[in-house]
Design a protein around this ligand. Structure first.
Ligand SMILES: Nc1nc2c(c(=O)[nH]1)N[C@H]1C(S)=C(S)[C@@H](COP(=O)(O)OP(=O)(O)OC[C@H]3O[C@@H](n4cnc5c(=O)[nH]c(N)nc54)[C@H](O)[C@@H]3O)O[C@H]1N2
Ligand SMILES: Nc1nc2c(c(=O)[nH]1)N[C@H]1C(S)=C(S)[C@@H](COP(=O)(O)OP(=O)(O)OC[C@H]3O[C@@H](n4cnc5c(=O)[nH]c(N)nc54)[C@H](O)[C@@H]3O)O[C@H]1N2
Ligand code: SF4
Ligand SMILES: [Mo]
Length: 680
């Protein structure tokens, strides 16, 4: 049996694991004891990460839609159809009628090539990926506040904090190995404050559990900072030496008393005061956050509110301090780093600043018009301005908000090409479907949430005629007339390093088992685990006042409940992989809605009863899960299930700064099917 060292395909923790291979098949997984972060541990998904690889449903051959059916074609035929369609659309409607959605499941090398395909090959900046629905507010918000939109410290740094504030992150289920370091801190005596409308696992262990109404975070975070300022617990030296704009923030938070915050957010004023004093009095405080904060029309403001808090208390740049936006997909950090974003080339070099440099490097003209974000592309498809779309390793039919609208937009396209490892709800709508190699069948790198660039190694051959994406994208770039001849991912990384200062010293030979934390400017540099310890990339960090705004959809008599959506430990997103992993699917086999026990009593709903959840956009049949662990008036639906896709319910309202949609707040109501029978 061979054991191949690689990186987990699921979440941003980036655990190291071995794939065990016998007779060309994966027969097991074991954790890597040498891995500097995961240290011989994996969560249940990691242990089972090899399972889906040999599932019989894997896509094996290129397919083209002929009338209502898919026909198998050769790779050559598929590529020539794609090239012809791209040409036709571009000639007729201009390059900006094309777009590319890249994959946070893909490697850095694949994302780099896809962004190059869009810009150099198709001549459009319409390139984006699911970070738009995830940490776009972090890229924009921390980009403004600190000059870098990434997690400031390594995961292990959390173990050295005195206080950890966890906001809108179900860490134990969604980033289990990050949670292990939080538990280590707790065992060392650290205080834990959790802000979440649900009593998530870590809230059970927390010293204080604040329960904000979904969409109300700016109000209580401002009040939290106000208490710290009023009690003289700010770090004046840090503020004076390393930041700008504090006075305006001080002024703006002064009206947010804990009582005002309670009236807006429902967070108990006494608890809020206590929590703020614990935080303000401690030496080293860390702030962990995820989708509970970002997926709002105020997503960027939420991020800035937390940045204001860490700056005012000087909790940046040292071990045990820092701001930890937990990146979700195993390589969503890398996809952003590689410039799979309309406004940035690799390494967050602005399209508006670095065009000349990339024209030189890529030997061709590049578009200067700004590109569209993921949902802007969908809107452009709706109104006929986007006609051709390439989707790689994303399943927007299930993962994007307002499913019916997304399906309609995709159906209006002249040409949809999808590259995936499984048939999905999105491949169903495609004109061409290309089969790809999975993480276990290719070489490359992933960058974890702690900016650790790590190796991905091929253990088995892809099924049928499935191919590693880099070969396909390389071929397409060549066909579009751009000189692009790579011998493999290692050579692609050499090019990435040559044009991307933060990856300047990344080289496969140096990654070995530990990987390297970017920024790593050159080959003599060991990488940077902690950011901003002496200066910020923008020299002084920026405070910015933020004011509470209402969520886009408010509850009323017709829709009296706040619906929030998210995840479970056992499934990953749209379930393409975990629902094909029998041990995981067995744990959570059916779609459900969490309802507060008092609410359920008032509505006459029993645990396990099948009920109807409805918003202005659609309705779903779901099993009621009655629990005291969710706040009254709030319901929670995970989005893993094709038979009851949560995004049928969600809305498309965007944060004007980051263009994320408000996946965490919709106004909803519940009906019992039996009531319908009587009311006719
Ligand atoms: N098992 C598993 N792990 C995953 C994933 C997966 O699908 N499955 N996905 C990965 C990805 S891409 C991501 S982005 C991460 C996501 O990781 P998380 O962000 O931790 O997961 P979510 O369930 O989306 O939401 C987190 C919490 O936000 C809370 N919340 C909802 N609304 C609000 C609000 O307005 N304010 C506050 N303060 N809290 C709120 C919810 O109650 C929920 O507990 O997980 C990654 N890890
Ligand atoms: N309601 C609601 N909706 C949400 C969220 C929410 O909290 N609530 N969260 C949002 C967030 S944070 C995220 S990140 C998105 C996630 O949304 P998506 O990224 O669209 O969801 P996934 O199911 O992870 O899709 C990944 C796809 O890649 C395929 N794949 C896996 N490996 C490979 C590979 O090596 N190559 C290729 N080509 N394909 C591969 C999988 O089969 C799958 O189809 O969902 C967003 N949508
Ligand atoms: S914590 Fe994340 S990276 Fe680690 S094994 Fe689990 S899913 Fe994989
Ligand atoms: Mo995400």
């Amino acid at each position: 049996m061979d054991k191949v060292l690689t990186t987990c395909v699921y979440c941003g923790c980036g655990c190291g694991l071995f794939l065990h291979v016998e007779d060309g098949r994966i027969v097991g997984v074991s954790p890597s004891p040498m891995h500097p972060m995961s240290k011989g541990r994996l969560c249940i998904k990691g242990w089972l990460a090899g399972d889906f690889v040999s599932h019989p449903d894997r896509l094996k051959f290129p397919m083209v839609r002929r009338e209502d059916r898919f026909a198998r074609v050769s790779w050559d035929e598929a590529i020539s159809i794609i090239k012809r369609k791209f040409r036709e659309i571009s000639d007729k409607s201009g390059p900006d009628s094309l777009g590319v959605l890249t994959s946070a499941k893909g490697t850095n090398e694949e994302n780099y090539l896809l962004a190059k395909l869009a810009r150099a090959g198709l001549k459009t900046n319409n390139v984006d990926h699911v970070a738009r629905l995830c940490h776009a507010p972090t890229v924009v918000g921390l980009g403004y506040a600190f000059g870098s939109g990434a997690m400031t410290n390594p995961i292990s740094s959390l173990a050295h904090a005195d206080v950890i504030l966890i906001v809108g992150s179900n860490t134990a289920e969604q980033h289990p190995l990050v949670a292990s370091y939080i538990l280590e801190a707790k065992a060392n005596g650290a205080k834990l404050i959790v802000a979440d409308p649900r009593k998530v696992q870590l809230a059970d262990l927390a010293d204080l559990h604040l329960k904000p109404k979904p969409g109300s975070d700016v109000a209580w975070i401002n009040a939290f900072l106000n208490v710290i300022i009023q009690d003289g617990l700010i770090n004046e030296r840090f503020i004076i030496e390393r930041t700008e704009g504090f006075e305006a923030v001080k002024q703006s938070v002064s009206v947010y008393t804990p009582e005002l915050a309670e009236s807006i957010s429902g967070v108990n004023a006494q608890d809020l005061r206590k929590a703020a004093i614990i935080f303000g009095s401690a030496e080293r405080c860390a702030i962990v956050y995820a989708m509970g904060i970002t997926q709002h029309i105020a997503g960027t403001d939420n991020v800035q509110a937390l940045a204001n808090l860490s700056l005012a208390t000087g909790n940046i740049g040292l071990d045990g301090t820092g701001l930890y936006p937990l990146r979700g997909h195993q390589n969503v950090q890398g996809s952003c780093d590689m410039g799979a974003l309309p406004e940035f080339y690799p390494g967050y070099q602005k399209v508006s600043d670095a065009r000349e440099k990339f024209q030189q490097a890529w030997g061709t003209d590049l578009p200067d018009r700004p590109g569209l974000t993921a949902l802007e592309m969908m809107a452009a498809a709706e109104n006929g301005n986007l006609k051709g779309l390439l989707v790689v390793g994303e399943n927007p039919v299930i993962s994007f908000p307002d499913t019916y609208r997304i399906k309609n937009a995709l159906n209006l396209l002249d040409f949809l090409m999808v590259m995936d490892i499984f048939p999905t709800e999105t491949t169903e709508l495609a004109d061409v479907v290309l089969p790809c190699a999975s993480f276990a069948e290719k070489n490359g790198t992933f960058t974890s949430t702690e900016r650790r660039v790590q190796r991905v190694r091929s253990a088995v051959a892809p099924p049928g005629e499935a191919k590693e994406e880099w070969r396909v994208i390389n071929e397409l770039i060549c066909q579009l007339g751009i000189a692009s001849c790579y011998s493999g991912p290692e050579e692609i990384m050499a090019e990435i390093a040559s044009v991307t200062p933060i990856y300047g010293g990344i080289d496969y030979g140096r990654l070995d088992v530990n990987g390297i934390h970017w920024p790593c400017p050159d080959r003599n540099h060991d990488g940077t685990p902690i950011l901003h310890n002496e200066r910020f990339p923008i020299n002084r960090a920026r405070f910015r006042p933020v004011e509470y705004i209402d969520p886009y959809e408010l509850i009323n008599d017709d829709y009296p409940l706040i619906l929030t959506t998210g995840r479970s430990l056992y499934h990953f997103h749209t379930g393409t992989m975990t629902r094909r992993t029998s041990l995981l699917d067995r744990e959570v086999p059916v779609p459900f809605v969490e309802i507060n026990s008092d609410d359920a009593l008032a509505m006459g709903i029993r645990n396990g009863q099948r009920i109807i959840v409805e918003t202005r956009r659609g309705q779903l049949f779901l099993d009621a899960r009655i629990t005291a662990d969710i706040s009254e008036g709030t319901i929670f639906v995970p989005f893993h299930f094709t038979e009851a896709p949560a995004n049928v319910l969600t809305n498309w309202a965007l944060d004007s700064q980051s263009k994320i949609s408000e996946l965490k707040v919709s106004a909803a109501r519940i009906r019992r099917p039996e009531d319908d029978r009587f009311s006719g």
